[in-house]
Design a protein around this ligand. Sequence first.
Ligand code: G4P
Length: 534
Amino acid sequence: MELEPKQALLDEGSRYANRRTFAIISHPDAGKTTMTEKLLLFGGAIREAGAVKGRKARRHATSDWMEIEKQRGISVTSTVLQFDYMGCRLNLLDTPGHEDFSEDTYRTLAAADSAVMLIDAAKGVEPQTIKLFEVCRMRGIPIFTFINKLDRHGKDPFELMEEIERVLGIRSCPVTWPIGMGPDFQGIYHRMEGRFERFTSRTEEMTSVQVPDLNDPALAEVLGEALWQKLKDDIELLDVAGDPFDADLVRQGKLTPMYFGSAIANFGVASFLESFIQLAPAPGPRETNAGVVRPDDPVFTGFVFKIQANMNPAHRDRVAFVRICSGKFARGMTVTHVRTGKRLALTQPQQFFGQERETVDEAYAGDIIGIHDPGLFRIGDTLAERGTLEFPPLPSFSPEHFARVSVPNAMKYKQFHKGIAELSEEGAVQVFRQANRTEDLILGAVGQLQFDVFVYRMKHEYGVDVEMIRLPYQFARWLASDEPVEHLQFDRYATLVVRDRDGRTVLLFQTEFAMQWLLDKNPNVRLHKTSFEL
Ligand code: G4P
């Protein structure tokens, strides 16, 4: 089925229209690695199963970027994977698959136009799914739900729909519907296409038959009387009492299309992907400080959403990932780094095809390119062919973990500060300073894992052994106050006054109570969760 014109047939101004730039959000173990791999197999970006790095599939790791990933069996860094399917170019922004998730994940979602929420049928909505879902909701992007592991016994599909609505507050509309589950799993019924797909654990044997009428007794023969009756009842209930499909609500992120399947058996994945390509949005307009930028505007613009060092340990390099928002990118073009006004020639831009890195000659809105970072870029920086417009800063979230970091070996002082400066620009950790203390710094992170990665990278990339002492603070709040902080009343035992790297005053609180106390005693003071709200 050809849904969209082929890439080559689109004129340059509209090539963005067949881009789908998305991320998969899920709780660890829901099957994200497995799903990613199946999607890449469809797109021909990889040739064999086991090629994508997963928790257990370490021997076949696609990326060995960081030794720590291997040691802990997790994917710390996000990757960008591109593949073509049905005339569309899909940019899959992979996010770290660990509970100790980091700010990286949040930022990656800022570059996505939609998200796929992967849920384990037996576990339902899990904690990390909730956190990531919240970020998607803040951005108002469409969310597609894939219920995975139907080959095992799981929760009732109606119960899952109810749970998604109750816990996440989003209505759902099943596009496919499961027939049985676990050992009785017979397949899925595609409500929009009136089609039954029979489950076998071997993809090559999968059969798909049109079933224009669910009352067709031939279906009873295949499913057995009991499952046939249940399917008819379920579909009737969904048709009568369920939410009707509404493309506008999907686009606004208020209704999630829902799909069922088994990623490991590669079942239900193709139906999902085809429907996703049809329903997911192409890149849309984006706000800037100088008005809206449209993807078909001819002037190239983009923003840095991620900086990653040491992608290839053989050549210690730093790559800035840029999400293109408008225009055409052509290799060798010169752009302005708007924050500094510097002009840069982008001579070695790279794109990522599954496990390969390739030099890219041209790219369009929705695409992600990796460019060499000579130490110039910060997260959120805008690049533009001309003009001075800037995309809004990427939201940074209040750290929840804090540690004091110092370097015991005074000879390493210079490398220590270089490492800290570079890693904070990369967004690997947030750095705070305390007045009158120059010998140490305070680091903030959204997840504990960020600290482990920090310690590891300081040692391996900068040759510095750091000393970390965990601090008991739980929240960071940026202070908005007409009075200097010294004049405010607060609990000096449970509150620490620090400055962020731009010199803004930040308060670290040990408890919610201490934070509330300060607000009660100083009614004119405002506390913000991010610096951007100031
Ligand atoms: P993650 O990236 O979300 O953490 O999940 P991953 O794909 O690594 O999958 C987690 C576990 O769930 C793996 O099993 C994987 O094989 C299994 N899994 C993924 N999809 C399905 C599915 O559709 N059905 C079933 N039954 N299992 C699925 P594991 O035992 O942890 O690892 P492995 O030994 O299979 O590699």
